[in-house]
Design a protein around this ligand. Structure first.
Ligand SMILES: C[S@@+](CC[C@H](N)C(=O)[O-])C[C@H]1O[C@@H](n2cnc3c(N)ncnc32)[C@H](O)[C@@H]1O
Length: 257
């Protein structure tokens, strides 16, 4: 079951674009770059990356067939997409830029992951990624709901990790250890003004909750979403518009001197 729904995901397109633009601004433009965009989603931002860098080639990688369906319509010289898990990037792959916006948080063990991704960064190449900072209350709420019945039994006690991202200082140290002699790591709060608190639920439906939907039997999915929604809304002020501060970590590093 592919729980990703491009239409749901793109409801917050403008809000999601801001960190992409900020991450792209950190990348140093060089002639003829070979670029890979990990967890490229629907591919429109991958195309923007390709164009902005005037890259020789850009490969979008995603494991969701539904998200990639959109991407395959984006025909452009040098731009290609492949359905693949980030975890199984071929060992021999080499790129001048390994880029990932809002996707690495889906993978565990970031020290090991970044070490693996660094093998795909050519000498003198760059790594740039953005992940939501740890501490999103919604993740804890989803995990709490997953541990109540009947979801607990259906999921076999599984919950999505509440914390996957490291602290900014830990990413900085890791980049240094991995040979990125120049780096830029920062925590940035994105101030989103949403119509009401219900929109936070809609936002989470397009991302966080997909991991639960993927694992739950079809007859429990709606009940799970409802239980999550009720708990989430309880924690949020009923304000219109609703101010939603979203913390993200942006990391960029260049290998070599
Ligand atoms: C929040 S979306 C981000 C999409 C796009 N980068 C953007 O900025 O709009 C996360 C994407 O990562 C993909 N993804 C999550 N885990 C993945 C994995 N292990 N391998 C490949 N893609 C993955 C999902 O399918 C989804 O399309």
């Amino acid at each position: 079951m592919d729980p990703w729904n491009p239409a749901q995901y793109e409801r917050f397109r403008a809000e999601r674009r801001q960190p992409f633009d900020d991450l792209l601004a950190l990348v140093e433009r060089r002639a003829g770059m070979r670029t890979v965009d990990l967890g490229c989603g629907t591919g429109d931002l991958t195309r923007d990356l390709h164009r902005a860098l005037q890259a020789a080639s850009t490969l979008g990688v995603d494991r969701s067939p539904r998200m990639l369906e959109r991407a395959t319509g984006l025909d452009e010289p040098g731009l290609t997409f492949v359905r693949q898990d980030i975890a199984s990037l071929p060992a021999e792959a080499r790129f001048d830029l390994v880029f990932s916006n809002a996707a690495l948080q889906w993978l565990p063990d970031h020290p090991a992951l970044l070490a693996r991704l660094t093998r795909a960064v050519a000498e003198g190449g760059q790594l740039a990624f953005q992940v939501p900072a740890s501490g999103l209350a919604a993740r804890q709420i989803a995990a709490d709901v997953a541990l109540t019945e009947p979801f607990r039994s259906a999921l076999g006690g599984w919950t999505r990790d509440v914390i996957t991202a490291l602290q900014p200082v830990e990413y900085a140290a890791l980049l240094y250890q991995l040979g990125y002699r120049r780096q830029h790591v920062r925590l940035q709060i994105y101030p989103h003004v949403l119509a009401d608190r219900e929109q936070v639920f809609e936002w989470m439906k397009g991302t966080l909750l997909t991991a639960y939907e993927e694992r739950l039997p079809a007859d429990l999915r709606t009940a799970f979403l409802e239980a999550f929604r009720a708990r989430l809304l309880d924690t949020l002020e009923d304000a219109r518009p609703f101010f939603y501060a979203f913390p993200r970590i942006l990391c960029w590093g260049a290998r070599g001197e």
